[in-house]
Ligand binder design. Structure first.
Ligand code: TRP
Length: 335
C-alpha cells in the first residue's frame, strides 16, 4: 500500500513556544515515527516575508525552529525536513498556479479580508499596506502542498481555509490541463490541546503571552510562576477546569497524574505548590531536548547540513513534478 503523505510548514517568524510544541511539533514528530506515513516538514521562510520585514528576525527564527525540531528528535532520515526557499520549484509552481487561481477566490481569504476590514474601519484605503505577498499567500501555500502530492495537511483551525483553497486550485488545474495534483485535505486534531498562555488566552505570539520552549531552567520556572491565577488561598478548593496551570499540566501529564492534580485542586493546593509541580513536570519533559537545542544553536553548520540533505531529497520530487506541470501548460523545449 502506498504510504500516506503528510506535509506541514512552519512559518519562520518568532521563537517556538510551549503552545507550538504541544499543538503542533510534538504530535507531528510522533506521527512521523509511524511507518505507514511519509512526513514532509519544512521551514516556510518565504511565508515569513509576508509578515516580517526584519531580516535578522527571519534568520534567527529559521535557526531556532530548525534546531527545535532536531533537538526534539525528528528523524531526518525518515521524515523529509527542508527549507522552502531551497526548493526553487516551489516559487516556479506558485507562478503557474497564480495564472490558474481565481482572484475572486483569493479575495475571500481570511488574512487578506481581515486586513481590508481593519483598513476600512480605520478610514484608510482598503488596500493600505496590503502587499501582493499577503494577497497571494494562499497560492504560495498551495504550491507548498501540491508540489509534494501531499494528501493530509495537519494544521490549526485558522489554516483550514488555505488547504481548501489549495484543493480548489488543484482541482481546477487538473480539470483544465492534466491530472497532475493530488487533492489535499486539512487534518485538525481535536485531541491536541490548544495551550493557554500566561494570561489565560490562547498561547500566541500575537498576544505576547507565550512561554518560549527552551528557556533556561531558571527562566522557565519564573515564566511558569507568572501564569495568571485567581486569589484563592491555600486550603481553599480550586476549580481545575478554570485554571491555566491545570490546563498546561494536562498537556504534559499522564492520565493518572491529571486525575491526581484534579484531586489536589479540589483539596485546595496552594498556587505556589501547583506551579512548582508544573515546572518540574514540564522541565523533566524538556530538559534533555533543551541541552541538545543549546548544542545545535552553537553548531549552525550542522543544522545547515541537515537542511541541505533534506533539500536534495525534496528536489527529487519537486523537479519531477515541475517537469510535469511545465509540460501540462505548454512550457518547455521546442520540438
Ligand atoms: N501558513 C501556515 C501557517 O502560518 C504555514 C504553512 C506554509 C503551511 N505552507 C504550508 C502549513 C503548507 C501547511 C502546509 O501556519
Amino acid at each position: 500500500m502506498a504510504k500516506q503523505r503528510v506535509l506541514t510548514g512552519i512559518t519562520t517568524t518568532g521563537t517556538p513556544h510551549l503552545g507550538n510544541y504541544v499543538g503542533a511539533i510534538r504530535p507531528a514528530i510522533e506521527a512521523s515515527r509511524d511507518d505507514s506515513i511519509d512526513s514532509f516538514f519544512f521551514l516556510a521562510d518565504y511565508h515569513a516575508l509576508i509578515k516580517c520585514q526584519e531580516p535578522a528576525l527571519v534568520r534567527q527564527s529559521s535557526k531556532e525552529i530548525a534546531a527545535t525540531w532536531l533537538a526534539l528528535g525528528l528523524d531526518t532520515d525518515k521524515a523529509l525536513f527542508y527549507r522552502q526557499s531551497d526548493i526553487p520549484e516551489i516559487t516556479e509552481l506558485t507562478w503557474v498556479l497564480c495564472c490558474n487561481a481565481a482572484k475572486g477566490l483569493m479575495n475571500r481569504a481570511h488574512a487578506y479580508k481581515a486586513a481590508v476590514q481593519a483598513n476600512e474601519e480605520g478610514g484608510e484605503d482598503p488596500d493600505y499596506a496590503v502587499t501582493m505577498g499577503l494577497f497571494s499567500y494562499p497560492v504560495l501555500m498551495a504550491a507548498d502542498i501540491l508540489m509534494f502530492n501531499a494528501g493530509k495537511i495537519p494544521v490549526g483551525r485558522d489554516q483550514i481555509q488555505h488547504v481548501e483553497m489549495a484543493r480548489d486550485i488543484a482541482q481546477r488545474f487538473n480539470h483544465n490541463f492534466a491530472d497532475v495534483f493530488t487533492l489535499p485535505e486539512a487534518v485538525v486534531d481535536d485531541n491536541v490541546a490548544v495551550l493557554q498562555g500566561l494570561d489565560g488566552r490562547k498561547m500566541s505570539k500575537s498576544y505576547n503571552n507565550t512561554i518560549p520552549l527552551f528557556l533556561p531552567e531558571k527562566k522557565l520556572r519564573k515564566a511558569i510562576n507568572k501564569i495568571k491565577t485567581n486569589l484563592l488561598e491555600p486550603g481553599e478548593p480550586k476549580d481545575a477546569d478554570d485554571s491555566t496551570v491545570f490546563q498546561v499540566w494536562s498537556a504534559f501529564a499522564s492520565e493518572a497524574e491529571i486525575q491526581r492534580m484534579r484531586g489536589e485542586f479540589a483539596n485546595g493546593i496552594a498556587w505556589g505548590e501547583a506551579k512548582k509541580q508544573l515546572f518540574e513536570l514540564v522541565n523533566a519533559e524538556l530538559a534533555d531536548a533543551r541541552e541538545r537545542y543549546n548544542l545545535l544553536m552553537e553548531e549552525p553548520q550542522h543544522i545547515e547540513k541537515v537542511l541541505q540533505q533534506g533539500a536534495e531529497r525534496a528536489r527529487d520530487h519537486s523537479a519531477a513534478l515541475m517537469r510535469k506541470v511545465r509540460d501540462a501548460v505548454g512550457i518547455g523545449p521546442i520540438s
